[in-house]
Design a protein around this ligand. Sequence first.
Ligand SMILES: Cc1cc2nc3c(=O)[nH]c(=O)nc-3n(C[C@H](O)[C@H](O)[C@H](O)COP(=O)(O)O)c2cc1C
Length: 206
Amino acid sequence: MEQNKVLVLYAHPSPQRSEVNRHLFKAAKSVAGVTVVDLYYEYPTYHIDIDKEQQRLSEHDVIIFQFPLYWYSTPAILKEWQDLVLEYGFAYGHDGTALHGKTFFCSLSAGGKAEAYQTDGYNHFTIRELLHPLEQMAALTGMQYLPPFALFGARTAQEDGRVKTHVTKWVTLLEELVAGNVDFEIASRAEKLNHYFEAHLVKERA
Ligand SMILES: Cc1cc2nc3c(=O)[nH]c(=O)nc-3n(C[C@H](O)[C@H](O)[C@H](O)COP(=O)(O)O)c2cc1C
């Protein structure tokens, strides 16, 4: 039985060149209980339909941004989506309670290697730190924030055979979210959702 309705908001400016995200996007479409939206496809000129997007949010329990990391952040359309859709009176402020009790996280890929995303590493910050504006967006709008589900070293992932295993984990994660088997309290404390996945979901399925 479906416990949670899951919404994946996919943002890739050049999906035809994607080696990682297009496979995640395609796989997510086949999971029952998951709605997948291709934002760049739906809004090539960034004219986001605010009512439609707010309606989608209201109808789902778990909201996921799926994207390739661009300049340590989301591709531009996800920022525009936030700026337009998360209105006062809907997402925050007086009577702005539409998102209360929902869960939010990012599913992202990054060109940099995992070890580069450390305080003393090449990129100086952890991925969770770099996503702080989104974590606070979730806090302000009353959503429980989970750490990102991430694939690093994206450019060599295909040749290393890591895309296939990541897609398999992604599908399992989505299925477990739909089934209500993800412990949000425990998951929220991880640095990456990948850690929660390895520690809890794999064991329980084995
Ligand atoms: C404009 C642009 C900005 C990027 N910024 C970053 C970045 O800040 N950090 C990083 O690790 N990779 C960065 N990358 C690499 C992408 O994250 C990487 O190519 C992508 O995650 C691969 O996924 P895909 O095969 O689905 O496109 C950037 C790539 C582009 C084109």
